[in-house]
Design a binder for this molecule. Structure first.
Ligand SMILES: *Cc1c(COP(=O)(O)O)cnc(C)c1O
Length: 413
């Protein structure tokens, strides 16, 4: 029998939501393999390789591979006042909307938004400390993940790393000693977001360090805005008891704080430099800023989150809504899905933040490893597997997706 023509085969796939050239590609690949029947699978694989939604049932709230903080944002196909001053009709600044709101929120004199926190740190170092020395405690020379290693970042920014203290203990005297031998442009403190040192430890506080002279820059990473947590009805949750917040870090004497917007801030991927106005202006004027600036889509989504904080409306920020859902509500949802066994489980923040902190949660336990089957759903469900049991943690699932989760489970039996 002659193989079907590429044309006929690709037309038979026209119900799949892909442009014709990609269906042709799938048909060709199937014919080349001598297996025309596999064309549909080929096309579905192309379809599933595109960026699309997923249901995070892992219980990891800020799952880096699933896009960290979930965001709700849409916009119309219109122009915007991105860099247009509506009062004067002249040129405006893309740093005057979301960034101003973030300044208000954190009590900073000024703020600057870049593409992520790594860019924020690089820009600060390049703009304020090129060809000069920066002190960092040996206990804070961390790797954040994805190859972001503090010593390497410093080298790339053209600054000279001066290590002070030891891995477990760094005192003010260590920083003072470094200042006697080097031209210190900044003291950098890096929050070791993704691990903890326990036992015989000592670190120098921001307040002590800020008395020394050089501006103190604190990379806190997670973007926890304010210890007061006024956007939450019940105030600061226990799992955040040890996490440094932007506002209080600035109050204790930091000249600048850098953080991610897609971790505990609960926004889109971006990074913020917040603090002293003159230093922010130097960062904004640096040539790298042009390469690091975000576009209007990100700034719009970020502004929406900043407004929600100012409205004290944590429930409209998906990350906070999920993190704060009461156990009773999760239990009710698990029982309504009525599959498997309802169990108590533990969620965590993830995204390289708050190591060891867990948030009580409720899940559905299913026998066997169903993870591959659950990923086959139209909107893939990503579950956790432990010793041949599959766990669907409902804390990280949008309640409107419960029905899709139920359908996905049913289709696996
Ligand atoms: C996460 C993190 C970063 C990197 O942030 P990105 O926004 O992912 O670039 C840098 N520093 C600290 C302390 C972090 O926790």
């Amino acid at each position: 029998m002659r193989p079907p023509s590429v044309d006929a085969l690709s037309k038979s796939l026209s119900d799949i939501d892909l442009p014709a050239p990609l269906l042709v590609e799938a048909a060709r690949a199937a014919i080349r393999k001598g297996d025309p029947d596999s064309a549909r699978t080929e096309a579905m694989e192309i379809r599933r390789s595109l960026l699309g939604p997923a249901i995070n049932a892992t219980g990891v709230l800020l799952h880096t591979n699933l896009g960290r903080a979930p965001i709700e944002y849409s916009q119309f196909g219109r122009a915007s006042n991105l860099e247009f001053n509506l009062a004067t009709g002249g040129r405006g600044s893309r740093n005057s909307h979301a960034a101003d709101l973030i300044s208000r929120l954190t009590g900073a004199e000024s703020a600057l938004i870049v593409n992520n926190c790594s860019a924020a740190v690089i820009l600060v170092l390049a703009a304020l400390a090129r060809d000069r020395a920066v002190t960092v405690s040996r206990g804070e020379l961390v790797e954040i993940g994805g190859g972001f290693r503090v010593p390497d970042v410093m080298a790339e920014s053209g600054t000279r790393l001066v290590e002070v203290g030891t891995t477990n203990r760094t005192r003010l005297a260590d920083y003072e000693a470094a200042g006697r031998f080097h031209d210190i442009a900044l003291s950098l403190k890096v929050h070791p977001s993704n691990y903890k040192i326990k036992g015989f430890t000592e670190e120098t506080s921001v307040r002590e360090l800020s008395q020394l002279g050089p501006p103190v820059v604190v990379d806190i990473g997670s973007g926890f805005v304010d210890e007061a947590c006024q956007w939450l009805k019940d105030g600061r949750p226990v799992w955040l008891r040890d996490e440094p917040a932007v506002k209080q870090t600035l109050e204790s004497g930091a000249s600048l704080v850098t953080f991610s917007c897609d971790k505990l801030f609960g926004g889109p991927q971006a990074g913020v430099i917040a603090g002293q106005r003159d230093l922010i202006e130097q960062c904004a004027a640096h040539p790298l800023m042009r390469a690091f600036r975000p576009g209007s889509l990100i700034l719009g989504a970020l502004q929406q989150v900043a407004l929600a904080y100012l409205n004290r409306d944590g429930d409209s920020i998906p990350f906070w809504r999920m993190a704060q859902t009461p156990i009773s509500e999760l239990k009710r949802r698990a029982e309504a899905i009525s599959a498997g066994k309802t169990i108590s489980t533990m969620s965590m923040t993830g995204g390289g933040s708050l190591p060891g902190e867990e948030i009580p949660s409720v899940g559905i336990e299913l026998e066997g490893d169903l993870s591959a089957c659950l990923r086959q759903a139209d909107i893939p469900v990503i579950a956790r597997v432990r010793e041949q049991t599959t766990i669907i943690d409902l804390r990280t699932v949008h309640p409107e997706d419960d029905e899709l989760v139920a359908n996905a489970i049913n289709s696996c039996f």
